[in-house]
Design a protein. Structure first.
Length: 148
């Protein structure tokens, strides 16, 4: 894995959902420097530059993480906890992209510092629009403070 800047880190174990997200981002020219990992453990390793991602540097953190809630090995909430617990990564925007409408998941995510919670629509057109909106907001509209 090279140490290039990453715009979007997609953490999604469902290949169909990942393919739909990638297709939607490409459709709207938002897929540049896009990385997809399939487990919560891989997400934390990628962000904290360890394991197979040890050649990366924290300075090349994703501009936004699209994080599924229910993941193998480590849940999305556990990933969020680890990102927020590390001083170097605590400010990375994280948007939960999930099928869960459970109020307890929404509340816990926001209590842990989640930046957004998006329920995946069933319909591809609505899913593509949700992905486009999230990508456009975090990559184009949102202004992050400059790192010192």
């Amino acid at each position: 894995m090279s140490d290039q800047p990453v715009n979007i880190l997609l953490v999604e174990d469902n290949p169909h959902h990942a393919e739909l997200a990638m297709k939607a981002l490409k459709m709207h020219n938002l897929a540049e420097n896009f990385v997809w990992v399939k487990t919560g453990e891989d997400a934390v390793d990628f962000i904290l530059c360890r394991g197979e991602f040890a050649s990366r540097t924290i300075a090349n953190a994703p501009k936004v993480v699209l994080l599924d809630l229910k993941l193998p090995k480590k849940s999305g909430l556990d990933v969020l906890r680890e990102i927020r617990a590390d001083e170097r990564t605590k400010d990375i925007p994280v948007v939960m992209l999930t099928t869960s409408r459970e109020q307890k998941d929404i509340v816990e995510g926001h209590n842990l510092g989640l930046n957004g919670y998006v329920v995946k629509p069933d319909d591809f057109e609505k899913f593509a629009e949700a992905i486009r909106n999230v990508g456009y907001y975090w990559l184009v509209l949102n202004q992050q403070p400059k790192k010192a």
